[in-house]
Design a protein around this ligand. Structure first.
Ligand SMILES: [Zn+2]
Length: 439
C-alpha cells in the first residue's frame, strides 16, 4: 500500500496512511491547552497534529520523539490559526482511534525548516498565525538590558539577500546563542515572532524557538552557500554592548538623571565581611523587620503587624574588578540567588551565625574569585548595584561547546552522514529545552 504524501492532506478529507517522523512535541499555551506534534515525511513536507492534552499519557506511551511511524486513523482539519510552526493548509487531529505503527527509518529527515525571506516578514508583523524560521550570518552578537533588568540576547544576522535582521532572544532562550557565537557563524533559528521596532522588522524568540549554530544539514547547504557570497556588513561602532568598569565610572562622573543599566564582565574580588549581608521584610506591609532574640531562636517582628512571614533578601557588599579597574557594589537578592543557588532564607537558617548578622557565612565568602556577567545599575547617587547575574560568563570560560565557535560556516563542514540524529535535540516540553543549540 502506498502512503499519502503529507503535502496532499486536505481539510475535511479523510487522510490516508502517512509515513512520518515525529519531529517536535509541545503543549500549546493558549486558552485551551493542546498537545501538539510536528510530523515530517520522506519528502521533507511537514504537518502539525494536535491531541487532547488530557490524554498525554496515552500518546506518550505510543509516540516517541524522532521515531518513525505509519500513522492512520487521523482526522484532517484546517491548520491552526495561531503560532503554527508549519505552513500547511491542513493539520491533523489525533484521538484514540489514531494508530501509530512503528516504521523503519526510511531516510525521513530529522529536521524541518521553512526559512522565510525578508519580504515575507512584512506580512507577518503583528500576525502570529505562522511562526518564522530564518537563516543568516551573524554580524553582531550582544546583550542588552531592559528597563526591568532582564538581559536580552540581540543578534544581528545578514541573510542571503543582504538584508540585516535583528533577532531578540528573551531570557528563557538566551542560552541558544551564547557569547561564543561570533560574527561569521551561521545561525538557523526557528519559530520566531515578527515584530516592528523603530520602523525596522525584527524577530523575537517564542517558547518554541530553537537555534542551530553552523548547521550542516542538507536543508541548509544551499542557503549557506548563498550567504557565503554576501559581503559582511560595515561596522557601525554601536555594537559593543558590554561595558567596562571604567566606562561605568566615566558615566558616573556625568550628572545622570535616571539610573543607567550596564552589562559588565567582572570578577568578584572580595566579599565585605564587616557589613550586614541580608535584610528581612514584612509579608504584610513590606517594611523592615526587627530581629528579636526569643529563648534560643531568632524571630523577626514587624512594628505594625502580627502573624507575618519574614521575607529574607540578600544585600551582599563586595568589591568587583575587571581589567580596567575595581569598584564596590551591592549584590541584591536575585543576583545572589543565581550565584549561590540557595535562597536567602535557607542561608540564614542553615549557614548563618544568628547572633551576629554581620558575620558573612563562608558559603558567601567563597564566591570571591569567580567571574560573572553582571547586570549593573548605576543609581542617581552614583552607587553601583548588581540586579542580576547571567551565567554565560561563568560557563564560557571553562566549557568547550560543540558549536565550534570561530570556525564559521566558511570552512566546509566535514560531512558526517547518518550521524545527525545523535546531534539533534528537539523540544519535548517547552521547559526542558536547555540544550537546544546544535550544529
Ligand atoms: Zn508589617
Amino acid at each position: 500500500m502506498t502512503c499519502q504524501r503529507v503535502r496532499d492532506i486536505k481539510e475535511r478529507q479523510e487522510p490516508g496512511t502517512i509515513e512520518i517522523r515525529v519531529l517536535k512535541k509541545w503543549i500549546q499555551k493558549s486558552k485551551n491547552e493542546e498537545l501538539c506534534y510536528q510530523f515530517v515525511d520522506a519528502y521533507g513536507d511537514c504537518i502539525e497534529a494536535t491531541a487532547d492534552v488530557k490524554h498525554i499519557e496515552h500518546f506518550d506511551s505510543i509516540i516517541q520523539l524522532l521515531s518513525c511511524y505509519k500513522v492512520s486513523g487521523c482526522i484532517a482539519t484546517g491548520c491552526r490559526t495561531y503560532m503554527a510552526t508549519v505552513d500547511h493548509v491542513a493539520s491533523l487531529v489525533i484521538g484514540k482511534k489514531a494508530r501509530f505503527d512503528p516504521a523503519p527509518d526510511l531516510s525521513i529527515p530529522d529536521v524541518y525548516f521553512n526559512f522565510a525571506t525578508y519580504d515575507a516578514l512584512k506580512n507577518r508583523v503583528k500576525n502570529a498565525r505562522l511562526l518564522t524560521d530564518y537563516i543568516g550570518r551573524v554580524e553582531t552578537n550582544s546583550l542588552r538590558t531592559t528597563r526591568t533588568g532582564k538581559i536580552l540576547c540581540k543578534i544581528l544576522i545578514r541573510d542571503e539577500m543582504k538584508k540585516d535582521v535583528e533577532i531578540t532572544l528573551w531570557p528563557d532562550k538566551g542560552h541558544l546563542i551564547g557569547d561564543e557565537v561570533i560574527p561569521g557563524d551561521i545561525v538557523a533559528i526557528t519559530s520566531m515572532m515578527v515584530t516592528e521596532h523603530n520602523g525596522r522588522l525584527q524577530l523575537e524568540s517564542t517558547y518554541l524557538t530553537t537555534a542551530f549554530v553552523n548547521p550542516d544539514m542538507p536543508q541548509t547547504i544551499n542557503h549557506i552557500n548563498r550567504i557565503k557570497e554576501v559581503p559582511a556588513r560595515e561596522p557601525t561602532g554601536r555594537d559593543d554592548q558590554i561595558a567596562t568598569l571604567q566606562d561605568i565610572k566615566l558615566t558616573s562622573q556625568q550628572n545622570i538623571q535616571t539610573p543607567k543599566n550596564f552589562i559588565c564582565k567582572a570578577t568578584i574580588k572580595r566579599v565585605h565581611e564587616d557589613q550586614t549581608w541580608y535584610y528581612v521584610l514584612c509579608s504584610k506591609c513590606g517594611q523592615k523587620l526587627y530581629p528579636q532574640q526569643q529563648n534560643n531562636s531568632l524571630n523577626f517582628v514587624c512594628k505594625d503587624d502580627d502573624d507575618i512571614i519574614p521575607n529574607f533578601r540578600y544585600c551582599v557588599n563586595a568589591t568587583i574588578e575587571d581589567p580596567t579597574g575595581s569598584t564596590d557594589t551591592v549584590f541584591f537578592n536575585e543576583s545572589m540567588e543565581v550565584i549561590l543557588n540557595i535562597s536567602c532564607e535557607d542561608m540564614v537558617n542553615k549557614h548563618a551565625d544568628t547572633t551576629n548578622p554581620k558575620i558573612v557565612p563562608q558559603l558567601i565568602r567563597s564566591i570571591a574569585g569567580t567571574t560573572r556577567l553582571l547586570n549593573l545599575t548605576l543609581k542617581n547617587d552614583k552607587q553601583i548595584v548588581v540586579n542580576s547575574v547571567n551565567n554565560i560568563a561563568s560557563t564560557t570560560d571553562t566549557q568547550s561547546t560543540s558549536t565550534a565557535p570561530g570556525t564559521s560556516a566558511f570552512t566546509p563542514a566535514t560531512p558526517v552522514p547518518k550521524s545527525t540524529i545523535s546531534k539533534r535535540t528537539v523540544i519535548e516540553t517547552p521547559a526542558k529545552d536547555k540544550k537546544m543549540k546544535v550544529t
